[in-house]
Design a protein around this ligand. Structure first.
Ligand code: SD4
Length: 332
């Protein structure tokens, strides 16, 4: 495993986010934003993890461009991934747990530190909207399992069979394989969508939704629905979200850590890098342990970083709609 060297300074075509920033072009000819010299984007802005973030951002942008609230934008945005049955790691079509059940985790947080979450939710296509209902219609932050399901049904969400034929087949193949105890943890089965939006008013909201670690033990909840781990927003500072192995993110209160680092003066890029390095320091065995953070501060700077190569994120603002490869510590 080799440590990446960040050296190059380049200027790119007009309209590109990375114009004049410190960047590197990687082997796939994708751009990677580096260091503390992020450009400041003009609000509104929406950013989201992985390449499914592009379609999700597009939906969020419909709200933001009409001066709509960031909270509506992030909900609408991640619902696109939740309904995409070709996506094996979020909502409908997500890979199931060890027992063949699709169990979903999600949370949402607004600019007033109000938040809602659901964990281990079954048979509901849009956990993010249930999380928003928990935030808005109850005095609680988090509902899990049967209670979350009953609440969703009571609120009028339809019951949906989330296990598609393709996901079922993959699960059956996994069961038949020798890998029963040790499901691979990699970018193929770890693709949560985390989204952060700043609206025209400058208010930030975030959303995070996932079917979690494929073939997990039944009842396992990752970082994604845990406020402070998979997502954290403080409008006075900015927001952060996480993807990758949730257990490692929870151990360092990942997203809250990134926001606190920004509160103390770090750029989003620096904050994500420090959080990744903290995870590396706290784990003796980093083999296959992928974690990525994505952050935005209230000035409109963004940053991202991951343990292993391969993490990317979508950035959409009035001048941009593009996918950017995050910097990272190690090659796979
Ligand atoms: C989890 N963090 O359940 C989630 C999975 C994930 O990209 O992020 N996938 O641990």
């Amino acid at each position: 495993m080799s440590r990446r060297k960040f050296l190059k300074k380049s200027v790119f075509t007009a309209g590109s986010l990375i114009l004049g920033s410190c960047v590197e072009v990687n082997s796939k000819n994708h751009t990677v934003l580096l260091g503390a010299t992020m450009p400041v984007l003009k609000k509104p802005i929406v950013i989201a993890t992985w390449n499914h973030g592009l379609a999700a951002n597009k939906a969020a942008w419909e709200i933001l461009k009409n001066n709509g609230p960031a909270l509506d934008a992030v909900e609408k945005g991640v619902r696109v991934s939740e309904s995409d049955e070709n996506n094996r790691s979020v909502g409908l079509g997500g890979l199931p747990d060890k027992n063949g059940m699709v169990t979903l985790d999600a949370c949402i947080m607004n600019h007033e530190n109000e938040c809602g979450a659901v964990g281990c939710l079954t048979d509901i296509e849009h956990p993010i909207s249930v999380a928003r209902k928990v935030m808005e219609d109850t005095p609680h932050v988090m509902l899990v399992g049967q209670g979350a399901y009953d609440f969703a049904i009571e609120k009028g969400f339809p019951k949906v069979d989330l296990l598609t034929a393709e996901a079922k087949l993959e699960w059956e193949n996994w069961k038949a394989s020798e890998d029963l105890k040790k499901p691979a943890i990699n970018c193929e089965n770890h693709d949560t969508i985390g989204m952060l939006a700043m609206d025209a008013e400058g208010n930030i909201s975030g959303a995070c939704t996932t079917s979690g670690w494929a073939y997990k033990l039944h009842g396992r909840i990752g970082d994604s629905p845990i406020i402070g781990a998979g997502l954290f927003v403080d409008n006075e500072v900015g927001g952060a979200c996480a993807t990758g192995m949730g257990e490692a993110v929870i151990r360092i209160a990942g997203s809250a850590t990134v926001v606190e680092l920004m509160r103390h003066g770090k750029s989003p890029q620096e904050a994500c890098e420090i959080a990744v390095k903290r995870i590396m320091n706290k784990h003796k065995n980093m083999e296959g342990l992928q974690v990525g953070f994505l952050a935005m501060n209230n000035k409109g700077e963004v940053g991202a970083y991951s343990v292993y190569a391969g993490f990317n994120y979508a950035v959409t603002s009035v001048d941009n709609h593009e996918l950017i490869d995050a910097g990272y510590e190690m090659e796979w």
